[in-house]
Write a protein that binds this ligand. Structure first.
Ligand code: PRP
Length: 212
C-alpha cells in the first residue's frame, strides 16, 4: 500500500484537522509535540504522511500531487484557483469574506463609482467587484494588516476576512457588504481521487459522519 499524503495548514487549522482525523481513527501521535519543529510526520501503521505548509501553498502541493489531500480555508482555495477537487466542508474555521471600510465608504459601493480596494485576495476582490457588482475598481494587493489601508488613505475599502469583527471595531471600520462565508475545506488531487478512490472516499465519508 502506498502512503497517502496530507498537506495541512500550519497553526490552528492543522490542530482542528488533526482533531477531526483522530475522531475517525487516523491521527498521528507525533504531531502533538508542540516543541517540535518537524514539518513532516508519518503514521507507519496506516501508511499515512502529514506535512505542515503555509495555507496558500496547500493547493499547490495538492495540484502537483506532492500531497493527495489538503486542508485549508475556502478563501485560499478561491484565491489560488488550482486544478483540484474540493470535496468537503469541514465546518470549522468559520468566518466571512467581506468588503469593509469606514461607514462613509458605504455610499461608494452603491453608485458604481471607481474606487480603490486593498486586499490579500486580489482574485476574490476582482471577481466580486467585476463579475458580481459590475463595478470598476482599482485593486491593490497587500500582505497583511489590511485594515490599515483605508485608515491611512491608501484605499477606500478593503476585502478581507472577518471572524469576530474585533479588528474592524478597534480600528473604526465596519462590514459594508458580505462577499461569501468561509470555512476549512478538504481538497484532493485529481489523479489521487481516481487512483486512491477507495481510501479517499472512506476518509470523506467518515469525516462527514462526524460533522456536527
Ligand atoms: C485576519 C484578517 C483580519 C482579522 C479578522 O488577519 O485579515 O485582519 O484576522 O479577525 P477578527 O474579525 O476576529 O478581528 P490575521 O490575524 O490573519 O493577520 P493579517 O493581518 O496578517 O492578515
Amino acid at each position: 500500500m502506498r502512503y497517502l499524503t496530507f498537506a495541512l495548514t500550519k497553526g490552528r487549522l492543522a490542530d482542528k484537522t488533526l482533531e477531526a482525523l483522530e475522531k475517525i481513527g487516523i491521527g498521528c501521535e507525533e504531531m502533538h509535540d508542540k516543541t517540535s519543529r518537524k514539518l513532516i510526520f508519518v503514521n507507519e501503521e496506516k501508511k499515512l504522511k502529514f506535512f505542515l505548509a503555509k495555507g496558500p501553498d496547500v493547493p499547490t502541493y495538492v495540484e502537483h500531487g506532492a500531497a493527495d489531500i489538503g486542508v485549508t480555508g475556502k478563501d485560499i482555495i478561491m484565491e489560488e484557483n488550482r486544478q483540484i477537487y474540493e470535496v468537503l466542508d469541514l465546518g470549522f474555521g468559520k468566518c466571512r469574506m467581506c468588503v469593509c471600510g469606514p461607514a462613509e465608504a458605504g455610499s461608494l459601493l452603491k453608485h458604481q463609482e471607481m474606487i480603490k480596494v486593498a486586499s490579500k485576495y486580489p482574485r476574490i476582490a476582482r471577481d466580486y467587484f467585476h463579475n458580481k457588482k459590475h463595478q470598476t475598481v482599482d485593486i491593490i494587493k497587500l500582505n497583511g494588516s489590511i485594515e490599515l489601508a483605508p485608515i491611512v488613505g491608501l484605499t477606500d475599502v478593503i476585502v478581507d476576512i472577518v471572524e469576530t469583527g474585533t479588528t474592524l471595531k478597534e480600528n473604526g471600520l465596519q462590514v459594508l457588504e458580505e462577499v461569501c462565508p468561509l470555512s476549512a475545506r478538504m481538497v484532493v488531487n485529481q489523479v489521487s481521487m481516481r487512483m486512491e478512490a477507495e481510501r479517499i472516499r472512506w476518509i470523506i465519508n467518515e469525516l462527514k459522519k462526524n460533522l456536527n
